[in-house]
Design a protein around this ligand. Structure first.
Ligand code: SF4
Length: 428
C-alpha cells in the first residue's frame, strides 16, 4: 500500500464534496480523509461509521470509478484520490485497534442521533447476511434493538462470501468485519433458509419487524440453442457454490461484461484453463465492470471479444462449440445506451469446452412466490417508498427488490430500512 498519508494529502478537501454525493452510502469522504491527514485514524473511523459498517469491504470491492472516485475533482486533470484504499485502511485499523462503533453518535446520513428508543425491547429478524442484511442488523443493534440474523449457510456474508472471489476480498478480512458487527450483540441462526427451515409467518409472529435481504443470485438465461447442455454454467452459481470442473487444457467462454463476468474469468483463468475468453456484445468502454477488474483480467491473460454476441452452443453430450456473430452499435430512439445489433453474415464458430453465463441474476422464484408477499412483474418483492412489503412491518431490501446490484447500494438499502424502523419506534 502506498503511504496513506501521501494518498490523503492529495485530497483537496473540496467544500462541495462531489465524492460524497456520488457515494451510495454518502460517506463523508473529505472529512474522513482530513482526519487521516492529521493521523487521527480513530476519528476517521468515527466519521465513516456514521454511514457504514463495511469500510474494509467497500474499500476493496466497490466499483469506485463509477461511484465516488468517478466524481473526484482530482480526476479531471489527473488521477482521482484513491478513496477505496483509504477507506479500507481505516476499516482495517478499526478492526486491529478495536475502535468502538458503540461510541459513535449516529447522525447525518442516518439522522438517528437523538435515539429515544434505545433498549426499547423491540426485536427484528434480518433474513440474509449480505451487505444489506449486515448493515441493517448493525445499525439497528447500535440503536438498542434485539436483532437476530437468519442465514441459509453456516457462515455469514452472503454475496460477500459466496459471490466475490478470494483475490478480491480476503475472507479473513470479511470474517473480521462480521465479527466486529456481531460484537454489537447480534444473534445468529445459521442454516435457516427462508421458506425451508424458517417460515415468514414464524418470523412475523415472533418479531416486531422482519427485514428480508436474501439477494438475487439465480443466473439469467439468454434463451439460445444449447444453453441446457452439460458444460454451461451460471456465473453466480459457479461462484456461490465454488463447484468447478477441471479446467486444465480447456477453453472457456465467459458471456457478459460486468464484475461477475470478470470474477468468473479471473477465477477460472487462475484455476489453469487453457484459454478464457470474455464475450461481450458492446464495446470495451461500455463494459459495466470496474476498469481495474478489466485491466487485471487482461494482465492475467484473459482474452476479450468485444462487439460479439453468442447465438448458439453446440455439442453432442456437452459443450463442444459456440457460434458467435459480430455486432455494430446503434443509437435507438428513447435509449441512452448504444444498442448492439447483430451484423448479418459475420457469424463465426469457436471450439469451446465450457460456457459461463454472467449476464445478470434474478431471485429464487420458488422461494419468493411462497412467501405470500406481493411481487412485481419481474418477480422481485414489491415494496413501498420505505421498503415495506405488502405485509405490515415486513421490509425487504437489496437485490431481492431489484435494487442497483452493488455492495454499497445494497448496504444503503439496509441502512435506510434500519433508519425507518428506528424513526417509527421514536414516533411510537
Ligand atoms: Fe478529495 Fe476528490 Fe472528494 Fe475533492 S472530490 S474532497 S479531491 S476525494
Amino acid at each position: 500500500m502506498e503511504n496513506v498519508n501521501e494518498l490523503s494529502e492529495y485530497c483537496l478537501n473540496c467544500k462541495t464534496k462531489p465524492c460524497q454525493k456520488a457515494c451510495p452510502l454518502e460517506n463523508d469522504i473529505p472529512e474522513f480523509i482530513k482526519n487521516i491527514k492529521n493521523e487521527n485514524y480513530e476519528e476517521a473511523y468515527k466519521v465513516l461509521s456514521k454511514t457504514t459498517v463495511l469500510e474494509s469491504v467497500c474499500g476493496r470491492v466497490c466499483p469506485h470509478m463509477s461511484q465516488c472516485m468517478g466524481s473526484c475533482v482530482r480526476g479531471i486533470k489527473s488521477h482521482p484520490v484513491n478513496i477505496g484504499e483509504l477507506e479500507a485502511f481505516i476499516g482495517d485499523m478499526a478492526i486491529q485497534n478495536g475502535y468502538n462503533m458503540d461510541d459513535v453518535v449516529v447522525q447525518n446520513g442516518c439522522n438517528i442521533n437523538d435515539i429515544k428508543c434505545k433498549k426499547n425491547g423491540k426485536s427484528v429478524a434480518v433474513v440474509g447476511s449480505g451487505p444489506a442484511g449486515l448493515t441493517c442488523a448493525a445499525f439497528l443493534a447500535r440503536n438498542g434493538f434485539e436483532v437476530t440474523i437468519y442465514e441459509k449457510y453456516d457462515k455469514l456474508g452472503g454475496i460477500l462470501r459466496h459471490g466475490i472471489p478470494e483475490f478480491r476480498l480476503d475472507k479473513k478480512i470479511l470474517d473480521n468485519v462480521i465479527n466486529k458487527i456481531l460484537s454489537l450483540g447480534i444473534n445468529v441462526e445459521y442454516n435457516k433458509k427462508l421458506g425451508v427451515n424458517v417460515l415468514l409467518k414464524e418470523l412475523s409472529d415472533n418479531y416486531d419487524y422482519v427485514f428480508i435481504a436474501i439477494g438475487a443470485n439465480i443466473p439469467w438465461k439468454m434463451g439460445i440453442d444449447g444453453e441446457k447442455l452439460n458444460g454451461v454454467f451460471g456465473g453466480n452459481s459457479l461462484l456461490e457454490n465454488n463447484c468447478h470442473p477441471d479446467y486444465k487444457e480447456k477453453n472457456v467462454a465467459i458471456i457478459g461484461g460486468g464484475n461477475v463476468a470478470m470474477d468468473c474469468a479471473r477465477t477460472i483463468n487462475k484455476m489453469g484453463a487453457k484459454k478464457v475468453t470474455v464475450i461481450y456484445r458492446r464495446a470495451e468502454e461500455q463494459m459495466p465492470a470496474e476498469r481495474k477488474e478489466i485491466e487485471d483480467a487482461k494482465n492475467e491473460g484473459v482474452n476479450f471479444l468485444f462487439q460479439t454476441n453468442i447465438i448458439g452452443i453446440f455439442g453432442k453430450d456437452k459443450v463442444e462449440e459456440i457460434e458467435c456473430v459480430k455486432t455494430e452499435l446503434m443509437q435507438k430512439e428513447g435509449e441512452t445506451r448504444l444498442s448492439p445489433i447483430d451484423i448479418v453474415g459475420s457469424n463465426f464458430n469457436l471450439k469451446m469446452d465450457y460456457v459461463v453465463m454472467a449476464i445478470g441474476s434474478t431471485v429464487e422464484e420458488n422461494v419468493i412466490n411462497n412467501l405470500g408477499l406481493e411481487c412485481n412483474n419481474k418477480s422481485y418483492i414489491k415494496v413501498d417508498e420505505n421498503c415495506e412489503t405488502s405485509m405490515k412491518n415486513v421490509f425487504a431490501g437489496g437485490d431481492v427488490i431489484g435494487g442497483k446490484a452493488t455492495v454499497a447500494w445494497a448496504a444503503r438499502s439496509g441502512r435506510d430500512v434500519a433508519k425507518y424502523i428506528i424513526d417509527k419506534c421514536i414516533e411510537e
